[in-house]
Ligand binder design. Sequence first.
Ligand code: HEM
Length: 489
Amino acid sequence: MFVTLCICLLAILYYAKFRYSRNFLYEFCKTIPTVGDLPMLGHTHWFIGGPEKILNNIRSLIQKIEEKGTVSTIWIGPSLYVVSLDPEDVQKILENCLEKDYSYKFLQAWLGNGLFVAPVDLWKAHRRLLLPVFHNRVIEEYIEVFGEQGNVLVDRLRDQVGKSSFDVYEYVTSCMLDIVFETAMGKKMDVQHNPDTPYLRARKTVMSIINMRLFKAWLQPDALFRLTSHAVTQKESIDVTHKFTDEVIQNKIAAFEKLSDSEDRKDILQLLLERKLAFSNIELREHIDSITIAGNDTTALVISYALLLLGCHEDAQDKVYKELHSILGDSQKSPTKEDLSKMDYLERVIKETMRLYTVVPIIGRKTDKELKLSTFTIPAGVGCAVIPMVMHRSKRLWGPDADSFNPDRFLPENCAARHPCAYIPFSYGTRNCIGRHFGMLAMKSILANVLRSYKVSSKECDQLKIEILLFPRYHSEKTLPGTPISLKI
Ligand code: HEM
């Protein structure tokens, strides 16, 4: 009895100390509005359920915020977030808060201090070193690979012509994997013909476990996670992926002299080795893994969503076709850099796709010092959630037809007066997407190759879910195709 009493007393004392140390947060919360919270629970109940339910809950919660203004605090368990839908505030957050939020730590066991998750001091140094290998001139060397792999995709799609609808994402993601592996580490994987290897299986397993942890609060504390079988599976799968990249790096180092003398196109890993940067082999692996992961599903999803949208907007598809024909004629050659630069309408289609289907739906940052926004000041140590997925469909920012597909929103004259943070599919500020030029060129090249070979039809996909990225509801479920399209010649 006495022991129980002591434990209770200690627990109460610990809780009181915990509350006291966070008093500044409770005081801060009194200064800005909040909606949809429950006593003790805060907003945690909105983030319980499957990935589709959570997405719908986030949308409903944001609608509530928009009814009252543009800003709210959100408590998820013990973590406090500030959400602002005002582009002016978003600009200040993305320019000043470069540290990633706590939720990114689940990626750290896999990607270590790769650019995507690196703590800010290390990130600053490494981003400076990596920027030259993502320079437009370097990336443009890879256009040939985009064309070659796009042609393999077109060939593979031939099997589907005239059949009922099929999941195009499964095809596109294999194509993008071949592109990122070849350009990042010079490895021709031929995923398009061999999609089931132990390495690729291990990658999928790690991603699904990380995603599960993100949305299942009880799996988040390391101590609890380690008690589950997922921890063992995650460790085994991460080991498989690390071993794979380590071997590629070791082989590359062994062949370094020979490759440096060659006139052939150089992959990102080769360029990093040639620059004699002070990266250890582990750091090289962390960067290469981060690049191949960040560059694959994102681009594959945008291409698939663009095909879905064009499949139900025949007028826009005709315009793309005419534009491609005017640039490439009847030739079967893959688009060159000059060709790609002339595809203005296709580029607007891609931008509008990324507005309506914002594949990186949420960006989480953390304040490391006080940050003054338009109507209040956030103390240090608070999470900031930027939600491009919601801002991109805001009627306040895009007008009453915000939900409809209109690529001409991205005509230069229509963009001129728009706030730079009203549209941020690649994020904004110095910690924005380092691969945006790579992504844009790859997406244009692949879409150009597919759309001049086939006529696409589809029913738009409005059922979505959050699994780190914005996926179609049926992605990875065997029941229905996630991104269903059908093809004609
Ligand atoms: C449609 C395609 C893409 C989209 C929409 C996209 C979007 C984004 C966004 C929003 C971020 C910031 C994420 C955050 O702060 O949480 C980001 C970061 C990043 N992206 Fe992309 N991305 C795309 C393609 C690519 C490609 C093709 C690559 C590489 C080849 C790439 C590599 C990276 C890396 C390394 C980062 C971390 C940058 C840093 O923290 O300095 N991305 N991307």
